[in-house]
Design a binder for this molecule. Sequence first.
Ligand code: 2M8
Length: 442
Amino acid sequence: SPTLPVIPEVCAELWASAARVLDANWVGDHTVPSRTLYPHQWSWDTAFTAIGLAYVNQPRAWRDLRSLFAAQWPDGRVPHIAFDPDTPEEAYFPGPRFWNVPAYAGRPARSSTGLVQPPLHALAAWEVYRHAAAHGADAVQQARIELDRLYPRLVAQQEYLGDRRDAGGGGLASIVHPWESGLDDSPAWDEALAAVPADPGLLDRHPRRDLALSDAAHRPTDTDHARYVGLVLDYQAGEYSDTGLAERHAFVVECPGFNAVLATAELALAQIAGVLGRPSEARRHRERARDVTAAIGRRLWNPETRTFHARDVRTGRLSPAHCVSGLLPLMLPDLEPDQVDGILAELRSERFGLPAPSHDRTAREFDTHRYSRGPVWINVNWLLRRGLLVHGRRDEAEELRRRLVRLVHRNGHFEYFHPEEGGGLGTSAFSWTAALCLDLLA
Ligand code: 2M8
């Protein structure tokens, strides 16, 4: 479609509605992704939300990040959900009782899951800091204090992922559950998941709560859900230890999107270390970013498809699926030029286009309604837009920005969108859609 300008009234309306969604989802010391479907604090949602709050409420942006890190484990992992003690167990499955995180010395202040999500928080902290000046001298002072406090926690998070989670031994972090990718039912996991038993009895014992709140055709299938529950129970049986994962855990995968965020976090930490007057640490973060980038290039690139794919660490196989996570290494400035060209060709091909759907439009399993198997997500497109900007593709970045703004303005702050018709899917009044709209409009 031709490039259309975004008219000022559209911007003003969308800005106001986005700010209202964030206000409505603030619950005192953190933001929930959605009051109905996701009534606790999620890890990477908090990062996206802080990026938007940076424009409208700096103290809340920092508070959100601080609240999440109050759930950080002594081993450095930042859990994928920090539970809200006032929300009843039945409001979300799987809730805190199901996770049954063991008590240990130095136990964090908040109860949580034992999984992680893409570590986008260093980038979020850097973005909040960068916008502090627009809010005055006090905001700048507060931002420095917050960065100083968060920095060692962010470093511990990276060390956990780079060390305990390098199950494949090749310099990348593995995910041990599809929920850790943030793209739960992406076809990127189909092959690896086929080896994971799907026990329907688990769903009888642990009924799904999401289906009471959202259309079943928009959510992961029961088969996938049974596997998700079984994988948690297995990881839990080992007390969420990461020792010997590749030998004993049924799902161990290197995701290009997750690792692109891991490297991006090192670059953000380099900036933060610079502000905090720690030049040698800044250098170390830049080196780490280059190492992770090189490992992504070595381990996840398929020279035949000319894009990135998830690697099953247990079998060594790359997934055949073309998923949007394979495009996310575009965020990395040190990616090989040939690999940048490959991603751009894939993005411009009939498989994707702008905004990018979560999965290859030409694939048999492409599903216009179901979660990460086809719909358009604002957060993933926001990351892709960063990638376009990193590699100087200003016109395409601007085109993507306009299309995302129009999509949300026409349809509302939905969780995800129909990739052909643009209608809103999943839950409405969704925090990261609103937050990232603020950034796209600013
Ligand atoms: C979705 O994942 C949760 C499990 O973590 C769920 O389906 O219940 C994903 O979209 C994930 O990326 C997101 O962080 C979470 C909360 O918005 O919802």
